[in-house]
Design a protein around this ligand. Sequence first.
Ligand code: FES
Length: 184
Amino acid sequence: MKIIINDNELQVKEGKTILEAALEAGIKIPTLCYHKELAPYGACRLCVVEIAGGARPSLQASCLYKVSEGLVIKTDSERVRRARKIVIELLLALSPDSDKLKTLAKEYGAENTRLKPKNKGNCILCGLCARVCSEIVGMSAVNFSHRGIERKIRTPFDKINDSCIGCGACAYLCPTGAIKIEQA
Ligand code: FES
């Protein structure tokens, strides 16, 4: 099927997401919770793009949104950049020490966040650690617990978990350095 991203007409296979189509065409979209080997989760919202044209232009997470015939997409419009700036401000409040977020904040003019740092150990709840552990490693040594503002990534019952094989995949994929590996 045909779609248009930033005025480029692309041939894309059905079932792809906008993010996959863009990456394959060499079009950059920033992401934090996406990894090509893992199921998309849509947690960070940094990959937001504008679905232009039609009666109701909208902002959508490109890692979740599937392409359809004739879709017209803007990946770096004014509206997109404004939305990303807000997302980065929110994430920076959760993870003020993250170099990756600091770099993004510079790029999107979000350095002077109006939000107070929440000091939650730099975790932005992207879920990459939990997904790599369950989908690739085949364990669930870390996972989400609690709901709403109490939501956290934890080991079961906050205990050292026997199912952890110490592979370090969670720490490796963590975009904000929130997971540290300690030698036993
Ligand atoms: Fe799409 Fe995080 S990369 S929501």
